[in-house]
Every structure is written in structure tokens, then in C-alpha cells.
Write a protein that binds this ligand. Structure first.
Ligand code: ADP
Ligand code: MG
Ligand code: MG
Length: 254
């Protein structure tokens, strides 16, 4: 079964009309972890935000299916209810919103209105996951991401993921700016969810994360298209040789 199936997706930036996604084809079978690697400015964040329905982008062609459902016709909150989660490249700081309350609200928004997660169960799960991620107790009492270090923000995205237990997690540069200990912990969080019902799309510049979370497939994205898909061994080639070869393939037509 395919958790995520993207066919010939084109998207523009609404404000400027510039096309960023230029025919993305990508499938993530259920239970697999895939990575997308590619140079900066190639449309990786645009792809993740377009899948989730962020309003800055407009889809002009193509389809996105999640568990066989047409995602593009759904509003953002309903995409999350399907079990899609986006860990953002630049998590927002939100003054006045308590971190734990934010997570609890997000969980309950995905449950039937008359069946909220019992508070004690929530607290127990929160404590387990914070322990797994080696997070200090006070971090959930603070305002969402306010004054968090870069590494704390990324770890907090992973905490949200563990709490929400999505079917598909898209993690956009969850590894950027992490020291080796934080990277190991973030990888532990991802591997914790790994299983036959969980799929993930790891967007990353560096193969370092992929040493800790071995992907089933790696896709190379250049200038708004996926130009190459291969097994985890591709990370070593990209680390050694960079993206020049794939930029050339892209220029000359795939
Ligand atoms: P990547 O994540 O691969 O580094 P992005 O998806 O962030 O690439 O960006 C792709 C291109 O789209 C870049 O040239 C970027 O400047 C542009 N872009 C993305 N989002 C916006 C936006 N909201 N407004 C203007 N330009 C944008
Ligand atoms: Mg970028
Ligand atoms: Mg990006």
C-alpha cells in the first residue's frame, strides 16, 4: 500500500507566480522511510508545505494521495487529521501558548470531539516521550519554542511527532544545526516510531542523519523535480561527489 503518492505535482508561489515544483513524482509505501536530498533552493520545503496545504503555494497541476485519498481537496486541518505531520525547518515561536497545551490541543483536534485524550494518559505519554528525547521537565511549561535553542526547537518537533503518532511524518531538515548528541536523540525518536504502519519523509542536506536512520530509499531533488531514486547507498555517493552530476542531468532533461 502507498501512504503517499504524488503524481506530476506542479506548484507556484502565489505572491510571485514563480513555479517551484515542476512535476514531482514520488511514492512512499506504507512502513517505509524515505529521504529527499538536494541542493538549497530546490523546492524541498515547498514540497513539504504544499503537501500539508500551506497557503503560500498554489498547485497548478498534479495529484497528492494519502492512503488513497485526494489530499489537495482537503483543508489543512483535515490533512493533519488523516495522520500527516510536518516537522518544520523553521519552527515558529508562539508567545503565550504553553508547549504542553499546544500538543494536547493538537492531539485532541485529531480525535472525535466527545473523546479527548484523558489528561493523566496525556501526561504519562508526555513524560515517557520527554524521557526518550532526554528533554528537561520544564520545557513543556514554557511558551512554544520561545527562547528555545535551535536544537531544542528540533527536539520539540520530534516530541510533537511522538505525541501525535502520525501515519506519515515529513521532517524538514530536522537535523540542521544539531550537535552529534542531539542528532543521535532525534534519530532515536524517529526510529522509535519506525514500523509497518509508520512512514516518513526525511528532508536533509546531509547524510549524517541517514547514518542513524537508514532510509529505505533516497530521492534526489533538483530544480523542482525528483531526478534520481536509489537505495541508502546513494547517500555515500552524494556525500563524496555532491549534486553536480544530478544538476547536469536535470539541465539536460531527465
Ligand atoms: P529548499 O527547501 O530546497 O531549500 P525552498 O522550497 O525553501 O527550497 O525554496 C525553493 C525556492 O522557492 C527558493 O528560490 C525560495 O526562495 C523560493 N520560495 C519558497 N517559498 C517562498 C515564498 N513563500 N515566497 C517567495 N519565495 C519562496
Ligand atoms: Mg533551504
Ligand atoms: Mg528547505
Amino acid at each position: 500500500m502507498m501512504t503517499l503518492k504524488i503524481n506530476h505535482l506542479h506548484a507556484i508561489i502565489k505572491e510571485t507566480g514563480e513555479e517551484i515544483l515542476k512535476g514531482v513524482d514520488l511514492t512512499v509505501p506504507t512502513g517505509e522511510i524515505h529521504a529527499i536530498m538536494g541542493p538549497n533552493g530546490t523546492g524541498k520545503s515547498t514540497l513539504s508545505e504544499t503537501i500539508m496545504g500551506y497557503p503560500a503555494y498554489e498547485v497548478t497541476q498534479g495529484t497528492v494521495e494519502f492512503d488513497g485519498q485526494d489530499v489537495l481537496s482537503l483543508p489543512v486541518n483535515e490533512r493533519a487529521r488523516l495522520g500527516m505531520f510536518l516537522g518544520m525547518q523553521y519552527p515558529a515561536e508562539i508567545q503565550g501558548v504553553n508547549n504542553a497545551d499546544f500538543i494536547r490541543t493538537a492531539i485532541n483536534a485529531q480525535r472525535p470531539e466527545d473523546d479527548p485524550l484523558p489528561v493523566l494518559q496525556f501526561i504519562q505519554r508526555l513524560q515517557e516521550n520527554m524521557a526518550l528525547l532526554e528533554m528537561p521537565d520544564d520545557i513543556t511549561d514554557r511558551y512554544l519554542n520561545v527562547g528555545f535553542s535551535g536544537g531544542e526547537k528540533k527536539r520539540n518537533e520530534v516530541l510533537q511527532m511522538l505525541m501525535l503518532q502520525p501515519k506519515l511524518a515529513i521532517l524538514d531538515e530536522i537535523d540542521s544545526g544539531l550537535d552529534i548528541d542531539a542528532l543521535r536523540i532525534v534519530a532515536k525518536g524517529i526510529n522509535h516510531l519506525r514500523g509497518p504502519k509508520f512512514s516518513a519523509l526525511l528532508i536533509t542536506h546531509y547524510e549524517r542523519l541517514l547514518e542513524y536512520v537508514t532510509p529505505d530509499k533516497i530521492h534526489v531533488m533538483v530544480d523542482g523535480q525528483i531526478v534520481k531514486t536509489a537505495g541508502p547507498e546513494l547517500a555515500d555517493e552524494l556525500e563524496a561527489d555532491g549534486y553536480a552530476k544530478y544538476e547536469q542531468i536535470r539541465r539536460n532533461g531527465v
